[in-house]
Design a protein around this ligand. Structure first.
Ligand code: GTP
Ligand code: MG
Length: 195
């Protein structure tokens, strides 16, 4: 996809604020700090449209970014961040669950996993939940630049085994730092939305 225009639309705190134009939505989920916002920026060639930070737990709403008049990226709040209170976490959990289960334009969920570490308990629970609810998933293994090339396959294998990943789920190796995986991920997205 050629990105001609990318625009921040809204930080939605509830369904009444979701766009009504029915463009396909590509959502991003993963632990805080896994690189969700950085991936959006890399996909659209912008340094800082999606706000990134070294401080985890910053994204607390559904942040909508419109790409051309083709689709939205929806940056979901990161999970597994201990310093957010339990009640806050549960509230946000419910909100995101509702979105993922019932949001009709949501065509693909990018489940982002840090390539460096085996998926956490939170990652495993999230993946199992997504599969249980039939959410279409593309696994994205992030921060590939931090692992030497010779070890990529070993780490990918650990991710697939730990998540008990469905063989039919695409897995894209990605680096926001180098741009690796960008074209492959665009083609997964395009295929999914029938672009
Ligand atoms: P929350 O919004 O808190 O959930 O985090 P996030 O998942 O949006 O992560 P974000 O994109 O803000 O990235 C967190 C940190 O990881 C930042 O310091 C990024 O620069 C860094 N980072 C993200 N992607 C990569 C990558 O592919 N390679 C490297 N080396 N660093 C990355
Ligand atoms: Mg973020």
């Amino acid at each position: 996809m050629k990105v001609n225009q990318a625009e921040f639309i809204i930080s939605a705190v509830g369904p009444s604020q979701y766009p009504v134009d029915a463009l396909p939505e590509i959502a991003l989920a993963g632990r805080s700090n896994v690189g969700k916002s950085s991936l959006i920026n890399r996909m659209i060639n912008r340094k800082n449209l999606a706000r990134t930070s070294s401080k985890p737990g910053k994204t607390q709403q559904l942040n909508y970014y419109r790409i051309n008049s083709d689709l939205y990226f929806v940056d979901l709040p990161g999970y597994g961040y201990a310093q957010v209170s339990k009640t806050e976490r549960e509230k946000w959990g419910k909100f995101i669950e509702q979105y993922l289960m019932h949001r009709e334009p949501m065509k693909l969920l990018l489940h982002m996993i840090d390539l460096r570490h085996p998926p956490s308990k939170d990652d495993q629970a999230m993946y199992a939940w997504l599969k249980h609810h039939g959410v279409p998933i593309c696994i994205v293994a992030t921060k590939a630049d931090k692992i030497p090339k010779g070890k990529w396959q070993k780490h990918i294998k650990i991710i697939k085994e730990t998540l008990q990943a469905d063989k039919s789920d695409p897995l894209v190796l990605f680096s926001s730092e180098t741009g690796m995986g960008k074209e492959e991920l665009w083609s997964v997205i395009e295929q999914r939305i029938g672009y």
